[in-house]
Design a protein around this ligand. Sequence first.
Ligand code: HMG
Ligand code: MG
Length: 302
Amino acid sequence: MKLPRTVSLVDVGPRDGLQNEKQPVPAAAKIALVHRLQEAGLRRIEVTSFVSPKWVPQMADNAEVMAGIARQSGVAYSVLTPNMKGFEAALGSRPDEIAVFGAASEAFSQKNINCSIAESIERFEPVVAAALARGIKVRGAISCAVGCPYEGDVAPERVALVARLMKQIGVQQVGVCDTIGVGTAAQVQRAMEAALQHFDIDQVYGHFHDTYGQALANTLASLQMGVWQFDTSVAGLGGCPYAKGATGNVATEDVVFMLQGLGIETGIDLDKLVDAGAFISGVLGRQPQSRAATAILNKRAA
Ligand code: HMG
Ligand code: MG
């Protein structure tokens, strides 16, 4: 097995993890979560999104959360910006990285961002240009890269098409996103291959929700292709408001435990990460959705 020697994880817990939370989560708790993640050694954190507060009320405190973070040098703080309105609102928060988010499925594009795939690329183009002009890095998520809650299976050709369009407008890294966590290893590899038709191996990342329990296997399948960047969510928090029933991303703790076992460097302290997951789970009044975290917490309690 030829695997990457180091892996870079983006913890998307504060954003993807909390965006769908029905109960109010105070900005102070989100800020404290970011602090605990950086303390645990995360070097990339997706903090929030600059989207319509009518669509996603949980992210309405975006600027407040960004302003409250005691930034650590060497840590990149990223935010989602679907259009120029969002990008302009985000600028005051000085993100190091932004992400535009499109989809490989027309129906999901309409439900999630209220426009077609072609229209989404038109909206993203000025956002990408404006970000690059300011030295802000740009990621592009391709949702429903293997399956869509409205259209079912999604062909790799759809992923290749969106990857090509994103490449054309200057997106620097593209994410193969299994929004509803239905993909299995070979499907995910085919979707990755589709993205790799237009982006180098250093420019693609995996973003796997764990609804069917496949996200860790899909992460390993991607590692075997040489992919070394992944979005993960502490305590397995999350889900997308426009993908009903889908659970959170693969838990950061589970991925770190697997990578440690494979001898792959992440720079993350698993014990501190478990503490971060236990902290936010406590705020939400539930247990961490991470097998590794649960095992470590049980061992500590014994
Ligand atoms: P729209 O309705 O097409 O936009 O929304 P519009 O330009 O027609 O404007 C309509 C209203 O929204 C106006 O307000 C605008 O001012 C406002 P009104 O006049 O009615 O009061 N508006 C905004 N407000 C704040 N920030 C903005 C913004 N843009 C317009 N940026 C839009 C388009 C994308 C904004 C909307 O559809 C939206 O907010 N959707 C939510 C998308 C979202 O956050 N989804 C979840 C994140 S994506 C995800 O989870 C997937 C991912 O994890 C990968 C994966 O797992 O697949 C990334
Ligand atoms: Mg997601």
